[in-house]
Ligand binder design. Structure first.
Ligand SMILES: Nc1ncnc2c1ncn2[C@@H]1O[C@H](COP(=O)(O)OP(=O)(O)OP(=O)(O)O)[C@@H](O)[C@H]1O
Ligand SMILES: [Mg+2]
Length: 268
């Protein structure tokens, strides 16, 4: 089933928050979801209440692949307080960026590692680090779709141009099936001029790739992370819960329409 990366090299864009809460919203709709923390900061792992366990992480399995042995991600999956399945990260993952450089097939390791798990979940989400290094490349090569969360400000918009450049290179050379599912504006406030301008600019450039659902600023989202919970388990009446529920609905719709148009493309 589809693998979706949340990526953009700009830090603090809402990748981790969107990974957790979009996944939790889908889980509430009865979908099975696996989360992969591919960030050395291990924010996803910590925000879901899991203590950094160096002996059970994405790195312990990646290390086996780097050494030419076979890995088993299934072994390191943990269940979070919210009942989400997670492959945790650990600070040691930082070493992988260096180790991967000299490995054959270095861009494909995540693809192989995730292949066995694909059929067991409706969706697999990968939370990427804020850099375009080997971990992000691996995540994008393993993915069917990428979602780009960003704040409606000038600097994140600069980051988009550079990300799109890398996206095209990966699509051309390493993963032709990679689809840009869309941009999600986070900490969005309709009253702020800059937020509206950036949204307009994205829509002019990328059209329907911009999600109609915007995630408003909501302190409960940050507090939920402190408690190691998703927003629905922490405060289901918060704006953040409404917004991520709406995002999950739009996400499912986008995937459905995408399927129809790719079937059409194939038969035309
Ligand atoms: N809609 C929101 N309202 C208020 N705070 C938010 C919202 N979305 C995210 N945050 C907070 O903003 C901060 C950055 O978000 P997050 O960690 O999701 O970004 P990120 O892109 O994963 O960052 P990094 O690139 O460092 O991994 C976090 O403290 C998070 O709790
Ligand atoms: Mg993050």
């Amino acid at each position: 089933m589809p693998i979706i990366s949340l990526a953009i090299q700009k830090g603090g864009s809402g990748k981790t928050t969107t990974t957790i809460n979009l996944a939790a919203a889908l889980q509430r709709e009865g979908r099975s979801v696996l989360l992969i923390d591919a960030d050395t900061q291990a924010n996803l792992t910590q925000s879901l209440g899991i203590i950094d366990e160096p002996e059970r992480s994405v790195y312990t399995e990646l290390k086996k692949e780097i050494a030419g042995e076979s890995s088993d991600l299934q072994q390191v999956i943990v269940e979070t307080k919210s009942g989400l399945h997670l492959v945790p990260s650990s600070l040691e993952l930082a070493v992988a960026e260096l180790e991967l450089v000299s490995v054959y097939g270095r861009e494909q390791l995540f693809s192989w590692m995730l292949e066995q798990l694909r059929s067991r979940y409706d969706f697999i989400f990968i939370d990427c680090p804020p850099a375009f290094g080997m971990l992000t490349v691996n995540a994008l090569v393993a993915s069917d779709h990428v979602i780009i969360p960003l704040q409606g400000e000038f600097l994140p918009m600069k980051g988009v141009q550079s990300f799109i450049h890398h996206f095209h290179a990966i699509k051309k050379k390493l993963n032709p099936k990679l689809n840009l599912l869309g941009f999600v504006l986070i900490k969005f406030d309709e009253r702020i001029n800059m937020n509206r301008q950036i949204c307009g600019q994205l829509e002019r450039e990328f059209g329907s790739k911009v999600f109609h659902t915007h995630i408003r600023s909501n302190i409960q989202l940050a507090k939920a992370q402190e408690e190691g919970l998703d927003i629905f388990s922490f405060d289901k009446h918060a704006h953040g819960a409404d917004d991520y529920k709406a995002l999950a609905e739009e996400f499912l719709e986008k995937l459905e329409t995408g399927k129809v148009s790719s079937i059409k493309e194939n038969t035309e």
